[in-house]
Design a protein around this ligand. Sequence first.
Ligand code: SF4
Length: 367
Amino acid sequence: MSDLNLDDPYTVPTKHWHALDDGRVQCDVCPRNCRLREGQRGLCFVRGRTADQIVLASYGRSSGFCVDPIEKKPLNHFLPGSSVLSFGTAGCNLACRFCQNWDISKSREIDTLSADASPEALAAEAGRLGCRSVAFTYNDPVIFMEYAMDVADACRERGIRAVAVSAGYMNAAPREEFYRHIDAANIDLKAFSDTFYEKVTFAKLPLVLETLEYLKTTDVWFEVTTLLIPGLNDSDAELAAECAWFAEHLGPDVPLHFSAFHPDFKMRDIPRTPPQTLARARRIALEQGLKYVYVGNVHDVDGQTTTCAGCGDPVVKRDWYVIKEYGLTDTGACKRCGTTVPGRFDGPVGTWGARRLPVRIPPVPAR
Ligand code: SF4
């Protein structure tokens, strides 16, 4: 018997689905297009069919909350130095063999969703903690979009922004609806090969590229991350192809992050990414004309520093998540030559540093 039930306070109706002639109901949120019989859950686990409709069964529940530096998302051009209240739920619509958050994203245990938080409680807590934004991260907000959008709206009412960390695997109509509520995003571009996407993530590359091109047409500030996995997505040819596409379709001002892999989940036999690989990827991207290319998950001040495109001066020096020197005005212009760095800058640089602060939000009914 199914455990899905609209009487459950954490289960809500959704709207991106349609009935099929064969009696199944199709969820239209992501390109998985799960076709479900009564009582079945989709691949993401948190959406499923009950009462002849697709429901979200994790509204108002989270796997936990933590205050992080915004640079950890990673976003280097969005309210630098500020703190962000991060949270995720359970499940995921991808199935990456290298997942670095697999305990959450692959969870089939509702126990993972141990923390309750209504959108209003979450926004209030973010305000109380002095966070300038809230981030949907750890797992992909695509699958809990109804909850994420309500949290984003509650945050916006308090002047707090909303950040999505996503693999960008989403269908067009829900994507447009979702990103109307979002201020900034970091999208994982997991590789630049169809084979990698199909074999390692069980998804399709062109549909992710479509999301990146879509974001370029919106006001959402976005940055892109590629996790480099030794021997799988780090060849010169693949990196050159990715960066050439990036320059042509997204332009040189969108920041690109190359981050280091560590062995995890079903890929424990592959070694950690050497720093030389990150440096090589960064060099290839700079040669393709990209202006803001960063390396992550390592100490590398040069590879984490923002350089002014006008005068060539280092304007934001970072070491991992810590800002060491800051040479921008409150609106993001170089103090030396006045050239504006693309991004969202609004006031003085934050001072959160590298701290990670786990948070408990007082339990209240979700609705
Ligand atoms: S969001 Fe979940 S249920 Fe919907 S199509 Fe994607 S994986 Fe399937």
